[in-house]
Design a protein around this ligand. Structure first.
Ligand SMILES: [Zn+2]
Length: 285
């Protein structure tokens, strides 16, 4: 699922390739994928891409239209979307297609989504609407490369595992990389934000920078255009339950939720306590 590192490498790779490319037309075979109606989608026909930006897990594709008006595609891939820049246009029968940006020489920028849910979306916005966009405006500070001091930011009775994934608190972290960050900082996923000492808040900030940076370094080496359907997964803790902790070799444990897993090391993070498996304890009730 695309989080900050996946979106950052997507922004970098598309940022190297898209600017200057003309847009022939845009099609949206996805159901309700386009969340705006004004300006109309054909406003970008015969325009050109000018730049690619990332904010949190969102991507902004800037366009100059044929009339010289700047417009922006704001894009959220949600949990199962991917952007790919392909040399050949896809078959219209490809049921994963949500948005097709038709480019010259039969090329295509394609937003695809895997699985049955259609959740990924785009908006086509004028500059004032980009500035006013609720989703963008309410995002917290970037988790990487230079997050602010976390003590004040996380002062809340909520557990770290949920606080860090709240995009309005800090932008970019999701279910995969939160486990790696908390493990690197030696913090329990259930520790409350307002129970963090100054040293712990600083360790967490450093872990955020180093873990997201580590993943991004791997992607810099291994992720190229057209961009993959599946990213390499340089995880060491997330979904590695049952394997030895990469730091102390204690067996990693996990708590299973309905649609995701939270993995941790009992020795490094929870003072030896094995946290209750919520799914199991609900079944036993
Ligand atoms: Zn450990």
């Amino acid at each position: 699922m695309p989080e900050l590192p996946e979106m950052e490498i997507t922004a970098r790779r598309l940022g190297e390739a898209l600017p200057g490319l003309a847009i022939e037309s845009v099609m949206t075979p996805g159901l309700n994928v386009l969340k705006t109606f004004d300006p109309p989608l054909h406003a970008v026909d015969a325009g050109a891409f000018t730049g690619v930006r990332r904010r949190g897990k969102l991507l902004l594709l800037d366009v100059d239209t044929a009339t010289g008006e700047p417009l922006t595609f704001l894009t959220h891939l949600m949990s199962a979307g991917r952007l790919q820049l392909l040399d050949k246009r896809g078959s219209l029968r490809d049921r994963t297609s949500r948005v097709l940006w038709r480019l010259p020489e039969d090329r295509e920028l394609r937003l695809r989504e895997f699985g049955t849910k259609q959740a990924a979306w785009i908006k086509l916005l004028r500059p004032d609407a980009v500035a006013a966009d609720e989703q963008l405006r309410t995002l917290g500070p970037e988790a990487w490369p230079d997050p602010p001091e976390l003590g004040a930011l996380l002062r809340s009775p909520r557990p770290l595992h949920s606080l860090l994934r709240d995009q309005q608190v800090v932008a970019g972290i999701g279910r995969t990389w939160v486990d790696e960050i908390l493990h690197a900082a030696r913090l329990s996923p259930f520790k409350r934000g307002d129970d963090l000492s100054e040293e712990e808040a600083e360790a967490l900030r450093e872990a955020m920078i180093s873990e997201l940076g580590r993943v991004l370094d791997v992607y810099e080496d291994r992720v190229a255009l057209p961009l993959p359907e599946k990213f390499p997964k340089p995880t060491r803790v997330h979904a590695h339950q049952g394997e030895p902790c990469p730091r102390c070799e204690t067996t990693l444990e996990a708590v299973f939720y309905e649609d995701y897993v939270m993995s941790y090391c009992p020795r490094c993070q929870t003072e030896g306590r094995v946290l209750k498996d919520r799914r199991l304890s609900r079944l036993l009730k």
